[in-house]
Design a protein around this ligand. Structure first.
Ligand code: ADP
Ligand code: ASP
Ligand code: MG
Length: 484
């Protein structure tokens, strides 16, 4: 469809009746100009609440489950009453009751089994998105634009990696077109749930936390959209997380590669896999603030015209762990151990965030997300059981007291001295560097530091690279006198 715009509203942009009204207004304005597909997240904090309810059910904590269900009901019923006219409320509240009832049925099953199968978690957790899509579609329809809530399990086809599924683009394209184009052709606005999909044989899946950005880009690619707009709670992609760095600046434009590196290294503003489906069709993305829709936001495109050279932004990630492996003696070939270890963690669907090795002792370490650590260790133990048993390999060492910092920018390539400046800035604020990696593309310099120094290090690197509005701290605390 020509000139199609896909717009995604995140959790805070769906966070209350008031926020939904703003999102609906933005949508209606755009819809006057061109066809629009909307993708929505669950209301803010609802996904956490749903996941926690399931954990409590597994642990047999009935009182906590009941309290969470009550909170879930209350938040959505309240929003419904504030959002919709009196005559519509009863029917929509009944629908909310049905959806929460479905969720409760799955949760009760978990409580009975004392287990939380990933497949059931995926089926249940998308209740959040289904509730917000239902409310949003009802409100938009009530304002005069025909709208229909669509569950993405009808349109996004994925593999069966529950909790972190990947889209299968060919069948998704067929299904998305078949389901959404007829709606668009008759002027009905589809309000699609973000975050979820289903396998080809219909088993519900999710795309990983924060996955609604990814849902939106999958649909933008499948429908050949002209643009994708991602509405969030900050003015765009910034030179650092504004929660950590008060003088972080909005970047007017940024390349796909830079945005992907930032997201991959912890910039929560974008799901790391968002840009992949768009590369082939070169669909531009705008990151915009639904709290300040008049601001231009950040344009993310395959390449940008006038980007400043050097570092563009700094990203960081706190909840990570460094896993180290070291041969106990010369019996083993270190490269083979590395290959088998990485193969094992990849099979366990663990993402290796950074890898660093030393050639002499043949030891190596890699960084994983804290929530993937248990899976990582189990995979290593299974794959290298004999080597551990015979002490050919020392016991795995794990350091949880670490954080990842990454300086990103296409213009960093070939900039002599930049890495040195980054390390100097980190050491100047007395933070220890534990491991370093720089990909051959020179797009990112990634550094593992002590966890309690992470935020200090981010601010120091941000200032050193001249990204904020404060001058970098001088290397020498005094200016040498003339002639010295
Ligand atoms: P949404 O619910 O809209 O998907 P998220 O909470 O997932 O929003 O992402 C937005 C948040 O990302 C911001 O509030 C901000 O704190 C954080 N963030 C981290 N790094 C950056 C960055 N480089 N630029 C902008 N925001 C960032
Ligand atoms: N609601 C999901 C989450 O919180 C997906 C998203 O918001 O993008 O992870
Ligand atoms: Mg998000």
């Amino acid at each position: 469809m020509k000139n199609l715009l896909v717009m995604k509203f995140g959790g805070t942009s769906m966070g209350s009746a008031e926020r939904m009204k703003v999102a609906a207004r933005i949508t209606a304005e755009e819809q006057k100009k061109r066809p629009v597909v909307v993708v929505v997240s669950a209301m803010s904090k609802i996904t956490d609440l749903l996941l926690d309810t399931m954990r409590q059910a597994e642990a047999g904590n009935r009182a906590a489950v009941d309290a969470s269900l009550a909170a879930l009901r209350q938040r959505h019923e309240e929003t419904c009453r504030e959002l919709l006219p009196a005559e519509k409320q009863a029917a929509v509240e009944a629908r909310i009751g049905e959806l929460i009832g479905e969720f409760e049925r799955i949760v009760n099953g978990m409580a009975m089994l004392g287990e939380r199968p990933p497949r059931s978690v995926d089926e249940a957790v998308v209740t959040g998105e289904w509730l917000s899509a239902t409310l949003m579609a009802e409100y938009i329809a009530g304002c005069g634009t025909p709208a229909e809530a669509v569950n993405a399990r009808e349109v996004v086809v994925t593999d069966a990696m529950f909790g972190n599924a990947s889209p299968l683009m060919d069948p998704t394209t067929v299904k998305a077109r078949a389901r959404l184009l007829p709606l668009l052709e008759r002027g009905t606005l589809p309000v699609v749930t973000g975050f979820n999909g289903a396998t080809a044989d219909g088993r519900p899946t999710t795309l990983g936390r924060g996955g609604s950005d990814f849902s939106a880009s999958i649909l933008a690619a499948a429908l050949d959209a002209a643009e994708l707009w991602i509405w969030t709670d900050v003015d765009g992609i910034m030179s650092a997380d504004p929660r950590l760095v008060p003088d972080a600046q909005v970047l007017p434009q940024i390349t796909y590669a830079e945005a992907a590196e930032l997201a991959y290294n912890g910039a929560k503003v974008l799901h790391p896999r968002t840009l992949a489906p768009l590369v082939e069709k070169k669909i531009p993305v705008w990151s915009k603030n639904s709290f300040a829709p008049e601001k231009p936001g950040t344009r993310i495109a395959p390449s940008v015209s006038d980007g400043p050279s050097g570092t563009r932004a700094v990203a960081s990630m706190g909840k990570v762990a460094l896993v180290s492996l070291e041969p106990g003696g010369p019996e083993l070939n270190g490269v083979q151990v590395m290959a088998r270890a990485l193969d094992a963690v990849a099979r366990a669907n663990v993402e290796v965030l950074l890898l660093s090795s030393s050639s002499y002792r043949q030891n190596f370490c890699f960084l994983v997300r804290e929530e993937e650590l248990e899976r990582t260790l189990a995979a290593l133990e299974a794959a290298l059981a004999l080597e551990f048993a015979h002490h050919y390999l020392d016991p795995v060492k794990v350091d949880r007291d670490v954080g990842l910092l990454a300086a990103v920018g296409e213009g960093m390539q070939g900039k002599a001295g930049l890495a040195g400046r980054i390390f100097t800035a980190i050491s100047r604020v007395q933070v220890n560097v534990i491991a370093i990696a720089q990909g051959s593309s020179e797009l990112t310099i990634a550094v593992v530091v002590r966890r309690d120094g992470l935020e200090k290090a981010v601010r120091a690197v941000h200032a050193e690279c001249g990204l904020g509005n404060r001058p970098p701290v001088p290397v020498f605390p005094f200016s040498p006198k003339k002639g010295q």
